[in-house]
Every structure is written in structure tokens, then in C-alpha cells.
Ligand binder design. Sequence first.
Ligand code: TYM
Length: 324
Amino acid sequence: MKGRVFSGARPTGKQHIGNYLGAIQNYVKLQDEYECIYCIVDIHALTTLEDLDQLQPNIREMMLDWLAAGLDPEKSILFVQSHVPEVTELHTLLSMITPLGWLLRVPTFKEKARQQPENVNYGLVGYPVLQTADIILYKANMVPVGEDQLPHLELAREIVRRFNNLIAPVFPEPQAKLTTAPMIRGLDGQNKMSKSLDNHIELAATPKETEKRIKTAFTDPQRKFRTDPGRPEVCNVYDLHGFYDSEKLEEISQQCRAATIGCVDCKKMLSKEINNAMEPFRERRAEIAMRSGYLEEVMADGAERAGVIAKETIREVKEKMCLL
Ligand code: TYM
């Protein structure tokens, strides 16, 4: 049997180039070799209780991005987490064998508890258990993700080992699969690119918007004047060039060090590279957005196919846990 791939992403709306370079490009590549299942995790999104009215539009925007980036519903299963409710059942069952201490140590839990002290909810603690349920409900072996998800994947493997030892050997241990760009920094040049930090560039942004965003990017903080030599090794704009036109990197590095180009020139070049690279994506996205009812069809078909696998696993788990 071909290996099975699973990944998920929170419905944050339009995806950014960090999501693409860190995860989506691998989702697309793996489709030809593996049985792939990709999920928009709407229940996970509820742990932060952001604008609920935006949840459905965000799911649609995200699915549009995925399809335009090359995810193919003929090859892969694309679905929305809450449309296959068995995941919540598995989450509850896994929570019975997961020590609380493991969950309280997870870095993302500590970070979220700091970010939203007024809403440290039970779901937030269980977030990685639900993520584990996502993955193992489909008995996935491989999970394409960005670097920030590695602690969650490590925990998923620990939960799997515990289940397999305590109950019965049911699940494979899922392995993370990184791209060559597993952590893209945002326009602030410091933090991970993320929508919540507003330091991102959307894949679907217009050429003008892209240029405007890139203009705000932080570069080498020591380079105050156009005539100062730059240090490409600390500059995120330089790093981003590497993902869009790696052949020019050496030249840009020399020109930056010699101050023959300034940061403004360098950013203009980057905007051009990104806009060129994204043009076919943006055209495809606009074309798919015109197809009435298409997204609903993709999601309904995905949920149906995912549901068949999910029901089988749940039956097996309940049997092993003596619930049947
Ligand atoms: P999420 O929604 O934050 O991100 C989706 C995917 O994009 C990657 N990513 C990045 N990669 C590189 N650089 C960046 N700046 C960057 N920002 C985001 C993430 O690593 C991720 O792969 N907990 C998950 C969602 C999830 C999940 C799962 C993932 C739920 N269940 C099961 C895998 C398997 C999350 O919040 O991803």
C-alpha cells in the first residue's frame, strides 16, 4: 500500500507565502506519490475564538488558495474537519490516555496562554490531542508541516506509542515532512511569518499590494544609509530572494555588500519576482472562484471519502477499548 499523508491548517483565510513555502508546496508534491488527505481544521480555530462570522468565508478563501496552488480533488481528499465528526470522538478517547503534564509543557500552549490570559480554555490544552486525532484517524505515516509544528508532531508520536502500548498496536507513528524552507520570517524580519502578527504577504495579494507590503519589510538594521554596506546574512528580504530567484542570490549579495544596490532596489526586485511567480496562481484562483457551487462540491466529496476511513478507524479503536 502507498503511504498515507495527512496535514491540516487553521482557517485563517487567505494563505501567506510562509504557509506555501513551509507546507503547501509539499502538499502539492506529495499528491503524485501518496494517498493524501488535507483538512481545514475549523474546530481548532475555535480555541482562539476570533471573529466567528469570518469562519465560513475564511474556509472558502483557504480552499480557493489550496486549489489554485495545485491541490487536486481528483488526487487528494480535501475536507473540513467538523464535516467528519468522528475526529471529536477519537479526541475524547485519546484524552483518556494522554497525561495532562505532557500537554501543559507544549510550547504553543504556553504561548497562547500568554497571548490570551482571559481565555485559557480547556480546548487550548487539548489542541495537540485533537491534532493527533486528525492525523491518526487516517493512520497517516507522513505529515507535511512547517517547523513550528514539530513539537505537536513529537507529542502525536508519544500519544501513539502510549496508545499502542496501553491498548493495542493500532496506529503508525506519524513522521513530519519539512520543505527546504520550514520557517519563513515575516516582514518584521524577526518573527515567523503569520497573519496574526500582520507581517505576512498573501499569495492572492495583487501585484500592487505585494509591492506595498514588501516596501515595509525590515532589512539589515545596521544599514541606515544607501551608501552603507549591507549584511545579506541578517536580511530577510535577501532570504526571500533565495526562494524566488536563487540564481540571482550571489549577485545580490555582492551588490548589497558593496552598496551598489540599496534596500529599496532590492525590495523592488523581490516584489517583481514574487509577482511573476504568483501570476499563474492568481489567474487560476480567479478562475476557480467563478465556478458556482464548486467549492461546496469539493468539500462534500472530501468529507464523504474521509468519513469512510474515519468510521473504520473509530470502530477499530472502540473495539480495542472494549466499548463495543
Ligand atoms: P497553521 O494553520 O498555523 O499553519 C498551516 C501550515 O503552514 C505552516 N506555516 C509555516 N511554515 C513556514 N513558515 C511560516 N512562517 C509558517 N507559518 C505557517 C505550518 O507549519 C503548517 O504546516 N496546528 C496546525 C494545524 C493542524 C495540523 C493538524 C497540522 C491541525 N491538525 C494535523 C498537521 C496535521 C496549525 O495551526 O497550522
